[in-house]
Design a protein around this ligand. Sequence first.
Ligand code: ZN
Length: 349
Amino acid sequence: MKRLPSFEVMYQALLDRDSEFQGVFVVGVKTTRIFCRPTCPARKPKAENVEFFADAHAALLAGYRACLRCRPMDRSPAPPSALLELIELVEQSPSARLRERDLRQRGLDPSTVRRQFQKHFGMTFHAYQRNRHMGLALQNIRAGSSVVQSQHNSGYESASGFWSSFRQVFGETASQGSYVHAVRAKWLESPLGGMLALADDDGLHLLEFVDRRALETEITSLRRRLKCAVVPGEHALLTQIECELTEYFAGRQAKWRTPLLPHGSPFEHQVWDQLQAIPPGHTRSYGEIAEHIGRPAAVRAVGRANGKNCLAIVIPCHRVIGADGKLTGYGGGLWRKQWLLDHERKHFD
Ligand SMILES: [Zn+2]
């Protein structure tokens, strides 16, 4: 499990250009929207202008791009120049998606690119583009309600590359008229990192940590299911869940009054109902959940249903652990699961 050192420790490591911290974190500089290695030779930013990430994936998703001096995505030996050109190409038109056809047109073999990208940057080119697009779109959600205001005024779409990037990640916008309604998306800050919440008048449809890899897939399937557009904005239920989460993280309450609307099969709903019956500060094993719903042999299916939960924290899939007491998987990362369980034992048990 990956748990970041404290802010103070990482900031000191940054000032010291401490190579011991290579691979432990990357640092995002808010003023330039660029992320660096701890050892970057560039002048060091002020503490209030930095945020730390476990890896390049997370920094990209938060809307940063890689520094050209310390090249925090590169592994040694130096990557082929063709790869660097591809990264440059993505920056030139961040809303376009380069496909295999485009690679071939540039005389590149897609499978070689995939392999080399994986080798040098630890992710495929496809994943890189996706993370960069997603990061830019989420950054705009983070920017908040001003975007929504202007969305209702005409002209915004053509005025900015934002919506084209947003569309690639979240689908068509409401203005295109083919959708029944819009689901509002809001970025919420939490002690465990940014979260994305989606709600409409019916309830809360999604609550996830923004670096969860399945996030894009989850939003896409939600959009298809509800035939809705997902647009950044405010909604009374988003305000409500934000308040309840603040109380939860402060250790004051662990009850949810926001109406929850998980979308799944009848079996998944059975599992999720069981999760909500686990009191805060307590855990159950997958086997116990299977037992409870009268399907003792369905342990693996319970595990899958647990992983399909899109309402992090409020449907407490983090309270399910292995039969041997080990934490096992968690979509938001094991370090978050551990944090949540510790927090609940301390405040709510
Ligand atoms: Zn740098």
